[in-house]
Structures are given as C-alpha cells and as structure tokens.
Design a binder for this molecule. Structure first.
Ligand SMILES: Nc1ncnc2c1ncn2[C@@H]1O[C@H](COP(=O)(O)OP(=O)(O)OP(=O)(O)O)[C@@H](O)[C@H]1O
Length: 195
C-alpha cells in the first residue's frame, strides 16, 4: 500500500528543512507531493520544489474540473494568499510513497480524499521562543524581510495548531526539531519502520 508522509508544524518549525533532507535520502525513495500557492516566491525557493507558484485562475480551473482536493486562503498583510492541493496526476497511490507538507486542516482533507491508511502524519515541534528566533533570522536573509507577515503567522499558528486541533486531527506522534540532524534521523527511522 502506498503512503503519503505528510509534514506539519507551525511556521519555522523546520518543515522545509526536514522535507529537503528526507527527499534527498534516496533509500527512502519518497516522491514529491507538491502543492500550489498564490503567494509570491521567496528568495531561495524554486517553482515546483517548495510549491507550484500559481494564480487564482489556475485554482479556479482545478475547481471547475473537480480536481481541487483542498484549499485554504490566508488574509495576509499583502492580501489573500491561497494554498491548495490538486489531483493533478502527481500522486498514484499504488505502492509509491510520497512526501508532502501541509496544515492540520489540509491533512484532514487529504485523509478524507485518499483514506486513513494512506496518510502518515509527521508533526514537527520547536519551543516557541526558539522558533520565533529562527523565523526572524530567516526573514533577515530575505532581500525584503516581511516581519509583519511573520508576526501574523506566528499568532495565527497558535490558534491553527492548538492542542485541541492537534488532538482533533488524531496526531499522536511528535518530532522535536531542536537539532535538525537528530530530528531527521528520528523521522527516517520512523518512516523505515512503517514502510
Ligand atoms: N534544528 C534547527 N536548528 C536551527 N535552525 C533550524 C533548525 N531547523 C530549521 N532551522 C532553520 O529555521 C528556519 C525555518 O526553517 P524552515 O524554513 O525549514 O521552517 P518551515 O517550518 O518550513 O517554515 P514555514 O512554514 O514558515 O515555511 C530556517 O532558516 C532553517 O534553516
């Protein structure tokens, strides 16, 4: 049975860093599940790697064709940004395993779409103060740092990833990202144990 390993966690918890390491681990043989976003591309990102960077028109096209699995829109400091998952032919859950990143909400919707036995959550956690420091440090490296948006997300995450919502999504296992190498090692072991 194929599986989708789905990385979740608050902003700057290290989802993207973990994703890159897992993807580069050829032993695991994980294929990418890339979602779409209408938000602008950040320095260092690549279209089709972190996201497919797209627009409202494409979103509506998927919706019209019944290929939109889930979508969420955030009222950001820069206007609405939509993130969505589309059944665009990337995933054929036969025996292959995939790696994706998302939110608790999108995880639940994908579970509804693909089924319980396909979805394997990887929930990443970092102490809030440390996470905020990492977020600021990351923002500083951007040509145009978006501190206001960073703060908005930090606050929104406290609600979106409340303990209640984590429970509701049925997340039982959590991976601490204090040290990236250790965190990745733990996740790799976990994936291998269920693959
Ligand atoms: N264990 C770690 N120790 C120190 N820094 C880390 C660690 N893991 C990740 N980082 C750094 O923290 C920042 C945030 O990590 P990353 O971009 O992977 O988070 P994310 O969860 O994908 O964030 P977002 O959801 O906001 O895109 C990056 O600059 C990354 O290099």
């Amino acid at each position: 049975m194929g599986k989708i390993f789905y990385i979740m966690g608050k902003s700057s918890s290290g989802k993207d860093s973990v994703y890159r390491r897992l993807e580069a681990d050829k032993d695991l043989g994980l294929k990418r599940l890339v979602i779409y976003t209408t938000r602008p591309i950040r320095d260092g990102e690549e279209n089709g790697r972190e996201y497919f960077f797209t627009d409202e028109e494409k979103l509506e096209e998927f919706r019209k064709n019944g290929k939109l699995i889930e979508s969420r829109t955030y009222q950001t400091v820069y206007g609405p940004w939509t993130y969505f998952t589309a059944d665009d032919g990337q995933v054929s859950v036969g025996d292959d395993c995939y790696l994706g990143i998302g939110t608790l909400e999108s995880y639940m919707q994908l579970r509804e779409y693909y089924g319980d036995e396909v979805m394997w959550p990887l929930y990443i956690e970092v102490e809030d103060g440390e996470r905020l420091e990492r977020a600021i440090a990351r923002e500083r490296t951007q040509e145009v740092p978006k501190y206001e948006e960073m703060c908005r997300r930090f606050l929104a995450d406290q609600r979106d990833f409340s303990e209640e919502n984590i429970q509701k999504a049925g997340i039982e296992k959590r991976f601490q990202n204090d040290n990236l190498n250790e965190c990745v090692k733990e996740i790799v072991n976990y994936i291998k144990s269920v693959q």
